[in-house]
Write a protein that binds this ligand. Structure first.
Ligand code: 5GP
Ligand code: MN
Length: 322
């Protein structure tokens, strides 16, 4: 049975444990790693033994700027223990990866997330779809439990906030208030912002140019709102940084003629990670499309993983995006 909790309830769960495994989702983004690194740091400062990990557990180079990611250990190195497992930014149990062994040995599983599509799992669930980022929720929990927030912790949480709000383009007043708190606590935003939002190698520019030349516009798709598509084959994915591949979706999102963007990434041969974006306020809920394909996410940003022939994958997506 899953008990819904607020920030105070989540802090109470944390306070019961002296050994905690802190997990975030597979192929983590800055909110997954930032929120989990922030929580891990707060618990360690209280003398709690923390195992911070994800499946499989190698931090992407572009995200190593987030303080605390240097303490991430491979999932296979996390001992199964009784006590607590916390999952952060994971919209469903499968997003945590191969964590069954850890979930089974734990006496409690606390899920902290902000995806509307989350079906609810764990023994305790802090789910707030209105929260701008999972990092925001972690700050609420730490405040409720009166954990001190030092500059490194603040920087980790800021990483999740700045990226999940599209650099504060959405998230409203609350996200600016959270930012004010974190900056006042000493969060470093300049070098962090460069590494997370802007940085790439020079050689990426050539690959980017070639890839963008293959993007396709379907002006009539999605009830006339238009869709822009880009596919990244495995031979390209294998030769560049994952973060550079992920950054492609922001180029698609800027296309005026398309209300919906579809980025199809072949991370493994024959396995397609799909990123869907819809322009906020446009009324297209791409998380419904992703959910229909076994994934999930937010109304304006969602994803799923599909297997098999690219033509079939694209046809399925096109059918759902008519
Ligand atoms: P992205 O396209 O950046 O990978 O993901 C966009 C959003 O959708 C993120 O909030 C992410 O957590 C969510 N998402 C991406 N892939 C999946 C998936 O396979 N399942 C679920 N439930 N959510 C996903
Ligand atoms: Mn998030």
């Amino acid at each position: 049975m899953t008990t819904p909790v607020d920030a105070g309830g989540a802090a109470e769960v944390l306070s019961r444990h002296r050994e905690v495994t802190v997990l975030c989702h597979v192929r983590p983004d800055a909110d997954a790693l930032g929120s989990s690194a922030g929580l891990a740091r707060a618990l360690r400062a209280e003398g709690v033994v923390v195992h911070h990990s994800f499946d499989p557990g190698v931090v992407p180079g572009a995200l190593r700027v987030i303080p605390g990611t240097e303490h991430v250990v491979p999932l296979s190195a996390v001992p199964a223990h009784d006590g607590l497992v916390v999952t952060l930014d994971c919209a469903s149990p499968d997003r945590v990866g191969d964590w069954g062994r850890l979930a089974r040995s734990a006496t409690e599983v606390l899920v902290v997330d902000h995806h509307r599509s989350n079906p609810g799992f764990g023994t305790h669930l802090l789910l707030d779809p209105e929260a701008a980022s999972t990092a925001t929720l972690v700050l609420d929990v730490l405040d409720a439990g009166r954990y001190p927030v030092d500059p490194d912790l603040a920087t980790s949480l800021y990483a999740g906030l700045v990226t999940d709000t599209g650099s504060f383009r959405w998230g409203g007043v609350g996200s600016h208030e959270t930012a004010r708190r974190l900056l006042a606590a000493g969060a470093e935003s300049t070098a962090l912002g460069f590494e997370l939002l802007d940085a790439h190698s020079f050689s990426w520019l050539r690959v980017l140019g070639e890839l963008l030349g293959t993007a396709r516009l379907e002006a009539d798709a999605v009830g006339g709102r238009g869709a822009v598509w880009l596919t990244v084959p495995n031979e390209v994915v294998a030769a560049v940084d994952d973060a550079d591949v992920e950054s492609l979706v922001s180029h698609l999102q800027g296309v005026r003629e398309a209300g919906v963007s579809v980025l199809v990434k072949e991370f493994l041969p024959g396995e397609w990670a799909v990123s869907l974006r819809s322009r906020s306020g446009d009324g297209v809920d791409v998380s419904a499309v992703a959910s229909a394909l076994g994934g999930g996410g937010h109304p304006a940003a969602a994803g799923c993983t599909m297997r098999g022939d690219l033509g079939v994958v694209v046809a399925r997506l096109r059918e759902l995006l008519r």
